[in-house]
Design a protein around this ligand. Structure first.
Ligand code: AQP
Length: 359
């Protein structure tokens, strides 16, 4: 190989209800990418057990539902690989190896673990702590070069790059000797001339990298927020969407005419960002149209837009989940295609490490 093949990888956990943040921050941004380079979209079910085992049938249903959401949003299984993580064993094997590459100090700095474990750190699962190593394995089992995610995943992607860099460095001579390295596309004194794993590019961009809670503009919109009014679920009907936007927290002022005026107004900033992302425009453009107007005028416009964009997707999700056998067939084919890429990578990795292959 003379260069890393460009490849997109991303995923969503099948936990709880998919919400507008997952859609605008991640899934909707994947759709155009599948026309630009080979793409793999994973339903990361093995991550879904790190915060406690969900009810088994709920996990099964949520896996099919997330798959349906990918397709309803426009991911085409004929163009992209769609599969569920637990079906491709290589993720687990590489994650174990990365457990031995990553340092405790690196993981101790992960803010998502601190947030999710809260005060109960001693009682959190080892899986929750090591989650970022599995995420690095998800990406690097395919030597993926581009990972589109929301802003909350930035630190995990930096860790993925640190793991790739350490592996490339620790085994630099061996990779060269085996003749399986790729010239480092951005040579630097910190890395060998030939790499096995790419240093993946995070793709975090647009007006919706962090959609905030509708009840508190300083908190991320999240599946685990106990208040359902804090988020718009992809399964919400038009009435629920309208009610949640109507009840969304705001301040008493009119919308500003320029984005500078959104500073210090997290709720206003969030609603303008949602409008911009749903309509494929910038926040500036939204404010050109709605600057000077009160929320009593802006909220109904936002609500109409959200319903117009989300309702067809919700309908399509419902249609697709009505035929679980078809979803399972897509996931099966996806898992076979994903394995065909990951298997040779793990074969190389075993060789690099020196595991004796007797089979
Ligand atoms: N609020 C958000 N704004 C923008 N992007 C977001 N993502 C999640 N929340 C937002 C992006 O969605 C993708 C899938 O994330 P995940 O399946 O790992 O779920 P998560 O981040 O754990 O989602 P939640 O809702 O925040 O779940 P809980 O409540 O369990 O923590 C990722 O690309 C993520 O960036």
């Amino acid at each position: 190989m003379t260069a890393f093949q460009p490849r997109v990888f991303s995923g969503v956990q099948p936990t709880g209800n998919l919400h507008l943040g997952n859609y605008l921050g991640a899934v909707s941004r994947w759709v155009p990418l599948q026309n630009q380079m080979p793409a793999i979209f994973c339903v990361v079910d093995s991550h879904a057990i790190t915060a406690g085992f969900p009810d088994p049938s709920e996990l099964t249903n949520a896996t099919r539902e997330v798959t349906a959401a990918y397709m309803a949003a426009g991911i085409d299984p004929k163009k992209s690989i769609i599969f569920n993580q637990s079906q491709v064993r290589e993720h687990m094997e590489l994650a174990w190896i990365f457990n031995c590459v990553a340092r405790m100090g690196w993981l101790n700095r992960m803010t998502q673990f601190k947030e999710k474990a809260g005060k109960n750190k001693e009682n959190a699962s080892v899986g929750l702590f090591a989650y970022p190593n599995l995420m690095a394995a998800d990406i690097l089992a395919y030597r993926a070069t581009h990972v589109p995610v929301g802003d909350d995943q930035k630190q995990h992607l930096e860790l993925t790059r640190d793991i790739a860099a350490k592996f490339n460095n620790d085994f630099g001579a061996r990779i060269k000797e085996l003749g399986i390295g790729v010239p480092n596309p951005t040579p630097s004194p910190e890395l060998p001339e030939e790499l096995y794993f790419p240093l993946t590019e995070p793709m975090i961009a647009g007006p919706a990298t962090r959609i905030m809670s509708l009840r508190d503009g300083t908190k991320k919109m999240s599946k685990s927020d106990p208040s359902d009014l804090s988020r718009i679920n992809l399964k919400d009907d038009a009435d629920a969407i309208a009610k949640k936007i109507k009840k969304a927290k705001t301040d008493p002022d009119a919308l500003p005419s320029e984005t500078d005026g959104l500073e210090g107004r997290p709720e206003a900033d969030n609603l303008v960002g949602i409008f911009a992302a749903l309509n494929g425009m910038s926040k500036d453009d939204v404010l050109k149209e709605y600057g000077g107007q009160q929320f009593s005028a802006f909220k109904p416009a936002l609500s109409d837009l959200a319903v117009a964009k989300l309702a067809p997707m919700t309908d399509e999700m419902r249609r697709l989940t009505g035929d679980p056998a078809q979803i399972d067939a897509i996931l099966k084919e996806g898992a076979e295609n994903a394995s065909a890429i990951a298997e040779p990578v793990l074969k190389d990795v075993r060789k690099i490490i020196g595991f004796l292959d007797v089979r």
